[in-house]
Design a protein around this ligand. Sequence first.
Ligand SMILES: Nc1ncnc2c1ncn2[C@@H]1O[C@H](COP(=O)(O)OP(=O)(O)OP(=O)(O)O)[C@@H](O)[C@H]1O
Ligand SMILES: [Mg+2]
Length: 112
Amino acid sequence: MKIVMAVIKPFKLEEVRDALTSIGVHGLTVTEVKGYGRQKGHTEIYRGAEYAVSFLPKIKIEVAVPSDMVDKVIDAISAAARTGQIGDGKIFVSSIEKAVRIRTGETDIDAL
Ligand SMILES: Nc1ncnc2c1ncn2[C@@H]1O[C@H](COP(=O)(O)OP(=O)(O)OP(=O)(O)O)[C@@H](O)[C@H]1O
Ligand SMILES: [Mg+2]
């Protein structure tokens, strides 16, 4: 099992959710976050020097899936979240050791 964590532009959330639903993702977690990437939010000139680190609002999506679905999930998120402009976001993938569905006690892939 893998957990795919994506940071996207907030207005892309519905499109990304629809794309994930259409490939069979059953659940996901969404968090409002703030962050910056290479442009550091934006840059501005102050007394001749570049300053400014500002946090921009983003949405973090976490979706746990069987390992063999990871590529499909990455493709779905990338296609739905891409505008081609800076700040489109990033996707990080990590391994999950264990998953439990609390109501039924099912574990691992059956719990997803
Ligand atoms: N190395 C990182 N670690 C953790 N979060 C990151 C990292 N890079 C980007 N993020 C998160 O992703 C959001 C979007 O990043 P962003 O798409 O601007 O990355 P970028 O490298 O600057 O790419 P681009 O040049 O396309 O803007 C950031 O606001 C931040 O929340
Ligand atoms: Mg950026």
